[in-house]
Design a protein around this ligand. Structure first.
Ligand SMILES: [Ca+2]
Ligand SMILES: [Ca+2]
Length: 84
């Protein structure tokens, strides 16, 4: 087995967080979903939310899919879990 149990556990954790952000459950986090989730956590300005979305949205389609979220979460370990 090439699956690292720690990584698997982490991506399950990230999946939970992702689902929490993805309010309408379409498998993508839109700008308004990100905005609502971040603003529930603290004071984020619209500019900050937009900047964060652009940062995570690597294919620039305007939404964050799970793979994009996962890449972001792995690069920013602790941040994503802190948000959850
Ligand atoms: Ca969504
Ligand atoms: Ca995207």
């Amino acid at each position: 087995m090439s699956t690292d149990p720690v990584e698997t556990e982490k991506s399950a954790e990230y999946e939970q967080i992702f689902k929490r952000f993805d309010a309408n459950n379409d498998g993508k986090i839109s700008l308004s979903e990100l905005s609502k989730a971040l603003k529930a956590l603290g004071s984020f300005s619209d500019d900050e939310v937009q900047a964060m979305l652009s940062d995570i949205d690597s294919n620039k389609d305007g939404d964050i899919d799970f793979m994009e979220f996962l890449k972001f979460a792995e690069k920013n370990d602790g941040l994503a879990t802190g948000l959850g």
